[in-house]
Design a protein around this ligand. Structure first.
Ligand code: NAD
Ligand code: GLY
Length: 350
């Protein structure tokens, strides 16, 4: 078992252990001893695989459980489901002592976390991620959000979980492209942090080093969240590849998967920086090779002009500029405020 402590304003532990999905109740005992009520929220795919195990484990540890099963997919991060979860919580008389538990990927985690931050001005929140992406990114650090028609993640909050439990065995039921989405975020950490994360990813031996890889990514995220919980500075680094990635997601009407778009965004950035001369040929080759190891489709079916138009609506853009995360070398990235007007030229390598 691996434990990573996240020293946010309210500290908590992330536990990574095979078959921990059957021990969520035991882990919850480390965070909340009282026999509280727990509303377990999940999606249709995950419920069929893991809901029973989680519920049985919680009950065995003395918690009173309730369940809510939502449709799978990005559309679930909606105002309607936020409202539904608030009503379900109220009808169960949940109080601030009780908890909402997100069992699933980043969609369920973001929606349930946001609801937990608002219901009764904030109740306890537990993350049991079941995708690689959620394990190494969205379940840690307290960013929560839902989507509205005007944009993705536009309504959200910072609300830390009190516990995160990840069972690496759950990767075995993940559809291949969903696993690849997680690898896209792991490549982001490899470029940001370098070192062992880069070594594992560039070797192509993820499966052999899976638990260690998850632990190292979570440690990187925890370090950054500890320094800058509310994203005033260093946390922006976690958006490496995301500026272009989000634009692609939006242009696809959210049919393209987040982690796959991050990989495309990272590649376009690296290509543009190679052209600009701000990264070495060697650094570019390392990034390209790492992405090719996992056969990411790096084609972007949109023009640079269309991508740049999307930046104007990005919630991270301010006064005609965006905080673009750029690469110096593997393990060395920085944030640069860049005028949107200059990005077209930069990204089209002109
Ligand atoms: P997801 O939650 O949609 O899950 C992907 C799919 O896999 C779903 O169909 C789900 O039902 C299925 N699934 C989940 N676990 C499974 C398992 N073990 N076996 C079989 N099927 C399983 O997608 P995701 O990639 O986990 O998360 C994407 C979301 O996360 C996006 O909304 C994105 O904005 C958000 N996100 C948030 C943060 C953050 O910091 N809060 C960071 C990154 C991404
Ligand atoms: N996924 C980016 C962040 O948590 O800041």
């Amino acid at each position: 078992m691996k434990e990573v402590k996240v020293l946010a304003s309210t500290p908590y532990s992330v536990y990574i252990e095979n078959n921990s999905i059957e021990k969520v109740g035991d882990y919850l005992q480390t965070a909340i001893k009282k026999p509280i009520k727990v509303l377990v929220v999940t999606d249709e795919n995950v419920s069929a695989l893991y809901l029973k195990k989680v519920v049985e484990s919680l009950q065995k540890s003395g918690y009173k459980t309730f369940t809510c099963i939502l449709k799978a997919g990005e559309g679930t991060k909606s105002m309607e489901n936020f409202s539904k979860l608030c009503s379900v919580s109220a009808s169960l008389n949940l109080t601030r002592d009780d908890a909402l538990l997100a069992l699933g990927g980043g969609v369920i985690g973001d929606l349930v976390g946001f609801t937990a931050s608002c219901y009764m001005r904030g109740i306890k929140f537990i993350q049991v991620p079941t995708t690689l992406l959620a394990a190494i990114d969205s379940s840690v650090g307290g960013k929560t959000a839902i989507n509205i028609e005007e944009g993705k993640n536009l309504i959200g909050s910072f609300w830390q979980p009190c516990l995160v439990v990840y069972d690496p065995e759950t990767r075995k039921t993940l559809p291949k492209e969903q696993f690849l989405c997680g690898v896209g975020e792991a490549v982001k950490y490899a470029v940001l942090a370098g070192g062992r994360i880069y070594d594992i990813l560039s070797s192509g031996k993820i499966d052999e080093n899976f638990e260690e890889l998850v632990e190292l990514c979570v440690i990187e995220k925890a370090k950054i969240v500890h320094q800058d919980e509310k994203e005033h500075g260093v946390r922006k680094l976690l958006n490496l590849g995301h500026t272009v990635g989000h634009a692609i997601e939006k242009l696809s009407n959210f049919t393209a998967l987040h982690g796959l778009c991050v990989a495309k965004g990272l590649y376009l950035l690296a290509k543009a920086q190679r052209f600009e001369g701000s990264i070495s040929e060697d650094c570019f080759n390392k990034i390209e090779k790492m992405l090719n190891t996992y056969a990411f489709d790096l084609e972007i079916p949109y023009s640079v002009e269309d991508i740049v138009k999307e930046f104007v609506y990005d919630k991270k853009s301010v006064d005609g500029g965006v905080s673009l995360v750029k690469i110096k070398d593997i393990g060395d990235c920085f944030v640069e405020n860049t005028a949107i007007d200059c990005l077209g030229e930069f990204l089209s390598c002109k």
